[in-house]
Design a protein around this ligand. Structure first.
Ligand code: CUA
Length: 349
């Protein structure tokens, strides 16, 4: 006897429902997640998120219609009693062909129009005159940030003021990287010899995570960064502080460390303004972050380590163990020398 629709559904429907619930519930959880792409904190990411939601709703409607039609067809046509008879001799149905051409075309238009609108809105040809430019230079495997209007140079952690248009102009020093800050600024490839751009206005103060998202070598996964959105006053203070010269330690381990710095080879690659630096930008084919205000950063080494004396000592002792492939060599600084050097670096607030 031909099984009816409900007999069959009883077999597979619970499995389908359980699977769908599992998929839906997998999106729930504690949060907020630092790399959540659906928690926008700027005009740019809000535009992306709203486009994503619009298209997802449209796609879901199409999916439901197609699945229902397909399941309906399975039940209606799959099991017939007796001889199925000759297949239909009909060659074409103009109405049907028109429908399945026009409907997908309309769906594509419904996706294309808001997508192109979002691209035009978020990638203007000209940046507002009052935009703050931040130059992003990607290196294997750390991020350098420069502020042409003030002259500030820093690494791993970028500060921007809330409520002001920020214009990131990005270029790579070596291979192709990708600048990704999900909550604030979406994602853009960072390419040698070509300046790519992102423009955005951050909503509110906070600390946001970023990450390189283009495979760029051994320590690609260790090429992270932080974005600090400050209030305009905090940003002004931060800028003023970054422009000051480095702290001159009065005594103790930090002062001894300053002497170590003068003798150690660190200065070949790292600048401490007024203390060490190099005229050639690419001494030895690479260079390390500016350390003038190293102690004021919360993280270092591609933002993978918290800036604590123990972590800095671990890094100097064997950079390759922390960040495989790191261009910083093992310098052989140990014991009291290392303790003093770390104290000096940490004093550079
Ligand atoms: Cu830089 Cu991946």
């Amino acid at each position: 006897m031909r099984p009816n629709l409900f007999d069959r559904a009883r077999v597979w429907l619970p499995g389908v429902i359980a699977t769908l619930c599992g998929v839906a519930l997998s999106g729930c959880g504690g949060g907020p997640y630092p790399m959540d792409t659906l928690a926008p904190q700027s005009d740019l990411t809000r535009a992306f998120t709203s486009l994503f939601k619009e298209i997802t709703i449209l796609d879901s409607i199409v999916l439901v219609v197609v699945i229902v039609a397909m399941i309906g067809a399975i039940f209606i046509y799959s099991s017939r009693e007796g001889d199925p008879g000759e297949p239909s001799a009909m060659h074409s149905d103009v109405t049907l062909e028109m429908l399945w051409t026009v409907i997908p075309a309309l769906i594509l238009v419904a996706i294309t129009v808001p997508t192109v609108h979002t691209i035009i809105k978020t990638q203007p040809n000209k940046w507002p005159a009052n935009a703050l430019e931040v130059r992003v230079i990607a290196h294997q495997w750390w991020w350098e940030f420069r502020y042409p209007s003030s002259g500030v140079e820093t690494a791993d952690e970028v500060h921007i003021p809330e409520g002001r248009v920020i214009h990131f102009s990005m270029v790579s020093d070596d291979v192709i990287h990708s600048f990704f800050m999900p909550a604030i600024g979406g994602k853009r490839d960072v390419v040698p010899g070509q300046v790519n751009q992102i423009t955005l206005t951050a909503d509110k103060p906070g600390e946001y995570y970023g990450q390189c998202t283009e495979y760029c070598g051994t320590s690609h996964a260790n090429m992270r960064f932080r974005v600090f959105v400050d209030t305009p006053e905090q940003f002004k203070e931060w800028t003023a502080h970054q422009l000051e010269g480095p702290v001159k330690p009065a005594g103790g381990a930090a002062a001894a460390g300053a002497k170590e710095w003068a003798n150690a080879p660190c200065a070949i690659c790292h600048t401490i303004k007024g203390v060490s630096g190099f005229s050639k930008q690419y001494a030895f084919g690479f260079r390390g972050p500016d350390l003038t205000h190293f102690g004021s950063r919360t993280t270092f080494a591609g933002s993978i380590l918290d800036n604590t004396p123990a972590n800095v000592a671990m890094w100097i002792e064997n950079p390759d163990a922390v960040k495989p492939g790191a261009h910083m060599p093992t310098l052989g600084v140990r014991g009291q020398q290392l303790t003093d050097l770390v104290a000096y670096l940490e004093s550079l607030k």
